[in-house]
Design a protein around this ligand. Structure first.
Ligand SMILES: *[C@@H]1O[C@H](CO)[C@@H](O)[C@H](O)[C@H]1NC(C)=O
Ligand SMILES: *[C@@H]1O[C@H](CO)[C@@H](O)[C@H](O)[C@H]1NC(C)=O
Length: 516
């Protein structure tokens, strides 16, 4: 009896367990499937979460990206070289994470710890990689030290995965060279529509992150070089206020306009990177002044889903500068106040770089700044702009000089070093910006100017003003376009609120499918 009862109980228990398994098993499977971590399209916070739950290591992450690069880069040419030490750096990050988790202090690791990043090839790294701005002339040059932003990235524990390709010399060699072309990597391709313009000059950064060859990237901008490729490759680009991020160790065009910023798949990822690279650097005086713009507690606090509420957004009267109608609806629904029909004084002059003085100013500034950069190198085949011009003549086949020329180099070489010409040009540009966008923003109490992604860039460039480009859609052929939020110096917190809320309301971005 006892024994029978026992049997019944055992039998019951057995059946109960069986039923339980039958019921639960598919749920476990589905559950498991649903939460299966995928590297493709993963954000920084998803990757950190996977690290924490030991579903992923930096080694796996780096190996995934290296595989994708070897598979896709022959087509896309977004990467100019990979770091031969990338796997070693990943192992080091994994070891550090393990020991910090054992110590129960994993929260003390930086959010970029163990995260792979590609740097535009004009950002110096003191390691086994080259820093060349895509030019054969700088191959084998040895930089004195890491760029200021690279020091901050390494300190945070980010893994420098490699160098992203670029429009050669950040598109300051000639007017005719196509965007995304350089002699080392060839022609970078837009991963959405291969025949479409990838824009530049941070072409490789935008192409690579769009195509999931890396988690995040850095680009640089003098006029449009972050915002335009972000616009064209359906990614998020932040062009910071000049001086917010150090330009030390970056192959320059103009200290007055150059800035370093993130290009990423999401606003949050871009803000994580921005937050890491901003701040004082003794080798870049502009960072002393601009550091006052950095908010207490950093930039992450501005990732607010309701960030559009109550924001005053300016729209220009010129139809070329009006955002698409879907985006306007989104901005209104998010609670923004649209101030329409505005004019920027002298907009036609600002948009013409010869008339505004931007081009002649850059030509003067480039020669001085580049010569100073080249002089500081530990070793280099070229030591001046004149040397680079001579190199290009000598290797005109490889550098496609007959086809693309080097007219901007020649223009720059022909300018006198800092002197009478430069100061009046710089004052003129400052005044155009002050009386232009800056005055408009003040008079209408705007939080941002909202425009399509790229035409607006000179307006921001000449004043050293910030902008954020966010994916906004795809044309009928599948070519991406973005929306740009620009503002006053140091207005990154507001721009981030607006950009993040817009992104959360739209989620326009989808990974590329390499259409011809
Ligand atoms: C850097 O350039 C040299 C040629 O000067 C080349 O041999 C080397 O492979 C390059 N480094 C990387 C990491 O590609
Ligand atoms: C912008 O300029 C046009 C004419 O050029 C004018 O009709 C319009 O009122 C101006 N808008 C503002 C807000 O000044």
């Amino acid at each position: 009896m006892l024994r029978d009862q026992h049997q019944v109980q055992v039998h019951f228990l057995f059946n109960f367990l069986l039923v339980l398994i039958v019921i639960i098993a598919p749920t476990i499977g589905a559950h498991h499937h649903h939460h299966k971590f995928r590297i493709k399209e993963a954000t920084i916070s998803e990757i950190q979460n996977a690290f924490q739950h030991e579903k992923l290591t930096s080694r796996q992450l780096v190996k995934f990206y290296l595989r994708e690069i070897s598979k896709l880069n022959p087509l896309l040419r977004g990467v100019i070289e990979v770091n031969p030490d990338a796997i070693h750096l990943a192992d080091k990050a994994d070891k550090e994470r393990k020991s910090s988790m054992r110590g129960g202090s994993s929260s003390r690791l930086h959010y970029l710890h163990g995260i792979p990043i590609l740097l535009k090839d004009n950002i110096a790294t003191k390691d086994r990689m080259n820093t060349t701005a895509g030019s054969l002339a700088l191959l084998g040059s040895i930089v004195p030290r890491d760029a200021g932003v690279v020091k901050k990235l390494r300190k945070a524990g980010a893994i420098i995965l490699g160098k992203a390709s670029i429009s050669e010399w950040a598109h300051f060699r000639s007017f005719n060279a196509p965007s995304g072309w350089n002699a080392r990597a060839g022609q970078g391709k837009n991963p959405y529509v291969l025949s479409a313009d990838p824009c530049g000059s941070s072409s490789g950064s935008a192409i690579s992150v769009a195509a999931n060859l890396v988690t995040v990237t850095l680009g640089t901008e003098t006029d449009g070089s972050i915002l335009c490729p972000s616009n064209s490759n359906s990614v998020v680009g932040i062009k910071p206020t000049v001086g917010l991020t150090s330009r030390s160790g970056v192959i320059p065009i103009s200290p007055r306009q150059d800035t370093v910023g993130p290009i990423c798949r999401t606003v949050a990822d871009a803000v994580y990177v921005l937050d890491t690279i901003v701040g004082f650097d003794k080798r870049d005086d502009a960072t002393t002044v601009a550091s006052k713009f950095i908010p207490k507690g950093g930039y992450l606090q501005f990732l607010k889903p309701d960030g559009l509420k109550g924001k005053r957004l300016g729209i220009l009267r010129n139809p070329l500068f009006s955002p698409d109608s879907d985006s306007i609806v989104t901005l209104r629904q998010g609670g923004a106040v649209l101030v329409d029909n505005l004019n920027i004084s002298n907009l036609d002059i600002i948009l013409d770089s010869s008339k505004s003085g931007e081009l002649p100013a850059l030509a003067i500034e480039f020669k001085v700044a580049l010569n100073a950069y080249l002089k500081e190198l530990v070793a280099s085949p070229v030591r001046s702009l004149a040397d680079v011009i001579a190199f290009n003549k000598k290797f005109s086949d490889l550098e496609k000089i007959d086809e693309y020329g080097q007219d901007l180099f020649l223009l720059s070489q022909a300018t006198d070093e800092i002197g009478d010409m430069e100061k009046p040009l710089q004052s003129r540009l400052e005044k155009l910006s002050r009386d232009g966008l800056e005055k408009l923003m003040r008079e209408h109490m705007l939080d941002a100017l909202v425009t399509p992604g790229h035409e607006i860039t000179p307006v921001l460039a000449i004043g050293g003003l910030p902008g954020i480009s966010v994916p906004a859609g795809y044309n009928p052929k599948g070519v991406p376009f973005g929306i740009c939020f620009g503002g006053r110096k140091g207005s990154e917190p507001k721009l981030i609120e607006i950009a993040y809320a817009f992104e959360q309301a739209t989620h326009v971005r989808k990974p590329p499918s390499f259409k011809p």
